[in-house]
Write a protein that binds this ligand. Structure first.
Ligand code: DC
Length: 229
C-alpha cells in the first residue's frame, strides 16, 4: 500500500486529534490528511445540490469527484481546506456541517468512493492521517497508529471554547448531547465503526496538555522510523 511512512491518528471529535495532527505535520514537514473534512465536504455538497441524505448512490457519486487540498497552516495558524481552488475552511468546520458529515459517513458506497482519494495523500516525505478509520481501514500498514480519546464532557468543553472564539453562539449542554449522539452513531455504524486498531496505542488526553501528547507521539514516531530505516 503506502510506500511513504504514514502515522494514523484516530479518535472521536474533540479528542485533540486535529491539533495534534497539525503539530506533527508541521514538525515533520509531512503532508496532512483531514479525512473528516472529506465527509464534511460531501455533506455540504449534498446539501447545496439538494441530494437526498438517503440516496447512497448519489452521495457516493459526489464523493467520487472531489478536488480537495489541505494546506498545513504556518506556526499558530490552523490548516486550510480547499475545494476546486476555493478556501472553504470556515464552512467545513461548522457544527452543522459536522452533523451532515456524520450522516453521509454511514454509507459504504460513500466510504468506498473516498478510499483512493485518501490513500493518494500518502506521498513522500510522509503523511499524518486524521480520522476515525485511518488505522483500521485506510492505512492498515501505518508505521505508527494512535487512538486519541478524552471524556465526552472534556471534548464538549473544548469544542465550546473553540466555537465561542470563532463567534458562533453555542450551548454547552446541547454540544455535549450532540457529541454523545455523534459518538453513538460513529461507534455503532455497520461500516468502519470508530474503534482502535489492534496495533494502535490508545492515549487519553482528558487531563493531559496537547504538548505532552505531541511529545509522546513524536517519541514513538522517531523510534518507529529509526527501526524501519
Ligand atoms: O472528525 P470530524 O468531526 O471532522 O468528522 C466528521 C464526521 O465524519 C464524523 O461524524 C465521523 C465522520 N468520519 C468518518 O466516518 N471517518 C473518518 N475517517 C473521518 C470522519
Amino acid at each position: 500500500m503506502a510506500l511513504s511512512p504514514v502515522i494514523t491518528i484516530d479518535g472521536p471529535s474533540g479528542s485533540g486529534k486535529g491539533t495534534l495532527c497539525q503539530m506533527l505535520a508541521r514538525e515533520l514537514g509531512w503532508h496532512l490528511l483531514d479525512s473528516g473534512a472529506l465527509y464534511r465536504i460531501v455533506g455540504l455538497a449534498a446539501q447545496k445540490q439538494q441530494v437526498s441524505f438517503d440516496d447512497e448512490a448519489a452521495l457516493a457519486e459526489l464523493a467520487a469527484h472531489l478536488d480537495v487540498e489541505f494546506r498545513a497552516g504556518i506556526e499558530g495558524e490552523p490548516s486550510t481546506v480547499w475545494l476546486d481552488g476555493e478556501d472553504i475552511s470556515d464552512q467545513v468546520r461548522s457544527e452543522s456541517t459536522g452533523e451532515l458529515a456524520s450522516k453521509v459517513a454511514v454509507f459504504n458506497a460513500v466510504r468506498e468512493a473516498l478510499k483512493d482519494l485518501q490513500r493518494d495523500f500518502a506521498k513522500a516525505p510522509g503523511l499524518i492521517a486524521d480520522g476515525r478509520d485511518m488505522g483500521t481501514v485506510i492505512f492498515t500498514d501505518a508505521a505508527v497508529k494512535i487512538f486519541l480519546i478524552a471524556s465526552a464532557e472534556e471534548r464538549a468543553s473544548r469544542r465550546y471554547k473553540q466555537l465561542i472564539s470563532k463567534g458562533e453562539s453555542v450551548n454547552l449542554a446541547a454540544l455535549l448531547k450532540d457529541i454523545q449522539k455523534r459518538d453513538e452513531r460513529d461507534m455503532n455504524r455497520a461500516v468502519a465503526p470508530l474503534r482502535p486498531a489492534d496495533d494502535a496505542v490508545v492515549i487519553d488526553s482528558t487531563a493531559v496538555a496537547i504538548e505532552d501528547v505531541f511529545n509522546q507521539v513524536l517519541a514513538r514516531v522517531s523510534s518507529a522510523l529509526e527501526l524501519s530505516s
